[in-house]
Design a protein around this ligand. Structure first.
Ligand code: ZN
Length: 326
């Protein structure tokens, strides 16, 4: 048996002090070669060490540490059960992989999360769970939520319109009418920190964001363009700024519902801002001093959460960003 995982490295760009959310090494081998092996899956499912959790509407149950324990810092955990305790009626079963001890992990998609007697267990979405759980559990939940979102939105064959059925332990949908096989969909999106000749950063506020919330620009890659072209098009469309050199930094799974965020640093070759008013309400160039002062005064809210946007800003800022005050 292999003792190493397929993902032993941390993809953290030089200069970043904190990891990019949802991308830390998990130690999970997705073991895709087992997905079509029904006998193996059945044996894995009934094995006593197998761990199962329920995913429903993008949420899972997490168990927060209670106060007053023995002083060790307890970590929020994903609520998992052995397969024999798992609720199996009307569920889709997703095989997520195995760990270095040979433990198999499954997610069950259900219409609702199971009730829990424990006072400390509660539902959480991936944006929150991804911050609280260990890299291993966050990775399992990311995989499960991505599959659930895809399954929910692709119940019918895009070729002939017939209802499709789940296969490959959650990783394929087959059409019984025309034989088409449909695979999970991932939509590339670009997210970029644009800087100008004075090394100021371009941050924008989306139309529906609250006052004071500024972040990097972002948008979906369109058919027939490269990701670099997509960066330039999006920045020009949203802020009227022309971008020259574009450098890829890192990526992040973003299953809300099915994106893959591709993070860039980009150099502007024009500086006049002309926002589109549809997606971006306001955009500004910030020097590091400007941004520090704006954080201090509360004029700009420090970014928070798992998004790679905060890491791209931090990469330019050169040190950890201040924590939000609430
Ligand atoms: Zn079909």
């Amino acid at each position: 048996m292999s003792t190493t995982s397929s993902e032993p490295f941390t993809d953290r760009p030089i200069g970043l002090t904190s990891p990019i959310g949802l991308t830390e090494p998990s130690g999970i081998d997705r073991a895709a070669h087992h997905r079509l092996d029904e006998a193996w899956l059945a044996a894995a499912w009934s094995h006593p060490t197998t761990r199962v959790f329920v995913v429903s509407g993008g949420q899972v149950l997490i168990d927060e540490p209670t106060d007053g324990t023995d002083g060790e810092e307890a970590r929020t955990e994903l609520v998992m059960t052995p397969a024999f305790e798992a609720p199996v009626t009307e569920t889709h079963r997703y095989f997520l992989g195995t760990d270095e001890d040979g433990v198999s992990y499954f997610a069950l998609q259900k219409d609702a999360l199971p009730g829990r007697m424990d006072q400390s267990a509660r539902p959480a979405g991936l944006r929150e769970a991804g911050l609280l759980l260990s890299p291993r559990e966050a990775s399992l939940v990311t995989h499960a939520v991505a599959l659930e979102n895809w399954q929910r939105l692709h119940r019918f064959c895009s070729r002939c319109g017939e209802r499709t059925v789940i296969a490959a332990a959650g990783h394929i949908r087959r059409c019984p009418a025309c034989g088409a096989e449909h695979y999970p969909r991932t939509d590339p999106a670009v997210i970029m920190l644009v800087t100008d000749e004075h090394d100021r950063a371009l941050l924008g506020r989306q139309v529906h964001w609250p006052e004071g919330r500024f972040s990097t620009l972002a948008g979906f890659v369109e058919p027939g363009e490269s990701i670099e072209q997509s960066v330039r098009r999006e920045v020009f469309e949203e802020a009227g700024v022309t971008v020259g050199p574009v450098e890829y930094v890192a990526s992040q799974p973003w299953p809300f519902p099915s994106s893959l965020m591709l993070g860039f640093m980009a150099k502007a070759i024009s500086s006049e801002i002309n926002v589109d008013g549809e997606e971006i309400h306001e955009a500004r160039w910030f020097s590091r001093e400007d941004l520090a002062a704006a954080f201090e005064s509360g004029e700009v809210l420090p970014p928070y959460g798992i998004s790679i946007a905060a890491r791209l800003i931090e990469l330019w800022y050169g040190k950890p960003l201040p924590k939000p005050s609430h």
